[in-house]
Design a binder for this molecule. Sequence first.
Ligand SMILES: [Cu+2]
Length: 127
Amino acid sequence: MKKYFLGISLIIAIVVITFAACSKSGSDSPEPQKPDNPGNTAGGDATVEIKNFAFSPATVTIKAGKSVTWTNADSAPHTATDDGGAFDSGSLATSATYKHAFTTAGTYTYHCTFHSNMVNAKVVVTN
Ligand SMILES: [Cu+2]
């Protein structure tokens, strides 16, 4: 009876160790991006997708000297146009991209010149 109990304990121990090993290997994958800054890839450049008549994410944060690349994923053309004139993509056709490097810290609010609801998107540039 005691041998039987030891056998069961051993099986449970193996199951627990195997499970622990599996869950540990799962944590080797790269850290998920912060939800408040999903467009920023690993503290470097950021990407913004223009989709369903919206900028996604609406706000990206980058360090001065880094770039933002916009990609138009809609069938309609769009622009990424700074409210203050700091940058302007011009008309972006489907799948077209526009990259702009930001050298000066600040908050850049931008819009799409074609669609009046596509406003108040932001690039936040920090030192
Ligand atoms: Cu637009």
